[in-house]
Design a protein around this ligand. Structure first.
Ligand SMILES: Cc1cc2nc3c(=O)[nH]c(=O)nc-3n(C[C@H](O)[C@H](O)[C@H](O)COP(=O)(O)OP(=O)(O)OC[C@H]3O[C@@H](n4cnc5c(N)ncnc54)[C@H](O)[C@@H]3O)c2cc1C
Length: 517
């Protein structure tokens, strides 16, 4: 027999299976001896009360064998067919699209502009240590896309877009910890992701899929509004269908589509800063007198408010993490955050961003569907110049930012390329900086102590989502003008984040399978 119970477990008991069993027996008013196993199905931390406590949902088994938390997919080698399907980009959307094509018996041909995960590491070192950004290999471009050296937070609100459990199960099948299947806010960590991406590559290759690195799509072969293939420099690849999963940083792809007069749309997105606090400060705000309890995870936050006529919110919070330079061109500055699986660095950072749309894009209106992209690029270039034309980030103490004062000195930061004191309102412009100031004051009311002399504001967090949408039919997933072109993932403007992009990749492959019959 299996019964499901909800339990509240103290942090000191959460890893103690006998304590959990005792709690389950008490909840079910039965004896511990009658219980064979307790399987945790879901776990979240409730830190709202006087004492933080884990809320768990568990399956209690008696005289029945424990069911697995997920069903692995058994991938079988696929035979070469007469139809070619190309996937441009090997980020979460591209890789999960490839896995899904294999499930459907179709050979995926993945073209990736960057290098494999191992080689990519050398280019990341170059950005961090020497401020040199390789436009083909960086935190966004290369095997696994922006997902490989990302933080690996897997929480998504896109639960209606597909089978989130399956995506998490596939990550476990390729080496992620099973904890991601039960944690309400699953997280893998940047140290673990590269191995998982390599394992996914092995699955694709073992099933006769192809992956070509250093193979940037530079042109499309089109015939009578139908895709016939793609070109990578001097090489062409024939295709009956192309899944375009190049991410939202591949501006050259948007320009390529525009050159072919393929319909694009401008879309609103969000921009702002990264804010870094000492993790101990966030712990003391969130856990109060329990802040030093080492059994509690590094505390996080999620904040949102309305500032005048726009929204301000925290984005991609990284407890115990570090800031990284996520630019894709040598003359831009873009910040992002990541953390290792243990989340044990002494810093907590998050994007604090402002929703931006047409009023901000007004000066760039002549660029039509590229007006948001131009606005984004302009601010990234301005941040690069303010930082001293290296990967150094312009920065200010949060208190100085609010008082419009240049910081005389700056607190310690996790950002390896370094920081330069600069009035960052000059980088962001009045719309974003005024909304941020308003937002920070509201956040401080929700989290007393958020505004602190120890908090550092760094510019610029600009790649929250795509500034351009590549339209597609809701049902066929195909571009309305070009037969056989399937925009997918974050770069299409229809997805955002690792899991949502992976789901989008899967659904695009289903649509391709239907299209090519
Ligand atoms: C530092 C960092 C931390 C992040 N943390 C998180 C997180 O914790 N949780 C979360 O959900 N999301 C996070 N993200 C965002 C997440 O990584 C993206 O949302 C996700 O990777 C988007 O997936 P995608 O496949 O659509 O695009 P991408 O991951 O951007 O992949 C696109 C791929 O296409 C390739 N490509 C581009 N142009 C071409 C071309 N012309 N020809 C061939 N290949 C091309 C690129 O090299 C890249 O590999 C983070 C991002 C960064 C940078």
């Amino acid at each position: 027999m299996i019964k499901t119970v909800s339990l509240r477990i103290l942090p000191e008991d959460i890893s103690d299976s006998s304590a959990v069993k005792k709690a389950a027996a008490s909840a079910l008013k039965t004896s511990e001896e009658s219980i064979d196993a307790v399987q945790i199905l879901r776990r979240s931390l409730d830190a709202r009360g006087a004492c933080p406590v884990f809320q768990i949902q568990a399956a209690v088994y008696s005289k029945e064998s424990v069911k697995p938390l997920f069903e692995p997919v058994h991938y079988q080698p696929v035979m070469a067919s007469t139809k070619n399907v190309i996937i441009a980009g090997s980020g979460p959307a591209g890789l999960f699209a490839a896995l899904r094509l294999i499930e459907k018996g179709i050979v995926p041909i993945v073209l990736e502009r960057g290098k494999d995960v191992l080689e990519r590491r050398f280019d990341l070192k170059q950005i961090n240590r020497n401020g040199v950004c390789n436009a083909e290999s960086n935190y966004c471009f290369g095997e696994g896309g922006a997902g490989t050296y990302s933080d690996g937070k897997l929480f998504t609100r896109s639960t209606k877009r597909g089978n989130v459990k399956k995506i998490l199960g596939l990550l476990v099948q390729h080496g992620a910890d099973t904890d991601i299947l039960v944690n309400a806010h699953p997280h893998i960590g940047s140290n673990r992701l590269p191995k998982i991406i390599e394992a996914i590559r092995q699955t694709i290759l073992a099933c006769n899929g192809q992956i070509h690195f250093n193979t940037k799509v530079t042109d499309l072969i089109l015939e009578k509004q139908k895709i016939k293939g793609v070109i990578s420099h001097d090489k062409s690849f024939e295709a009956d269908a192309v899944i375009l999963a190049t991410g939202h940083s591949a501006r050259d792809i948007y320009y390529l589509l525009d050159r072919h007069h393929i319909l694009l749309e401008s879309k609103p997105f969000a921009m702002g800063v990264r804010v870094e606090h000492p993790q101990s400060l966030i712990n003391s705000i969130q856990y109060k007198k329990h802040a030093r309890n080492s059994l509690l995870p590094a505390a996080s936050y999620s904040l949102v408010c309305q500032a005048g006529n726009t929204g301000v919110y925290s984005f991609c919070m990284c407890p115990g993490g570090m800031l990284v330079p996520a630019a894709t061109a040598p003359d831009e500055l873009v910040l992002n955050g990541m953390s290792n699986s243990l989340r044990n660095l002494p810093f907590a950072n998050a994007g604090i961003v402002v929703a931006v749309g047409d009023p901000c894009f007004e000066p760039y209106a002549c660029f039509k569907h590229f007006k948001g992209l131009k606005f984004q690029q302009e601010i990234e270039k301005s941040a690069f110049n303010a930082g001293g034309q290296t990967m150094s980030a312009p920065a200010q103490r949060l208190t100085d930012f609010l008082a419009d004062r240049v910081s005389a000195d700056l607190p310690k930061t996790s950002y390896i390329p370094g920081v330069k004191s600069f009035p960052i309102a000059q980088v962001l412009g009045p719309f974003i900086s005024d909304a941020l100031k308003n937002g920070f004051h509201q956040f401080d009311k929700k989290m007393k102590g958020f505004i602190s002399d120890e908090a550092l504001v760094l510019a610029v967090e600009s790649r929250t989502s795509s500034p351009v949408r590549i339209p597609r039919h809701a049902d066929t997933r195909m571009h309305p003008q070009i037969c056989g072109l399937f925009p997918a993932g974050e770069g299409s403007g229809f997805a955002g984040g690792i899991v949502s992009s992976a789901l989008d990749g899967e659904t695009s492959s289903d649509a391709v399978a239907e299209y090519i019959g």
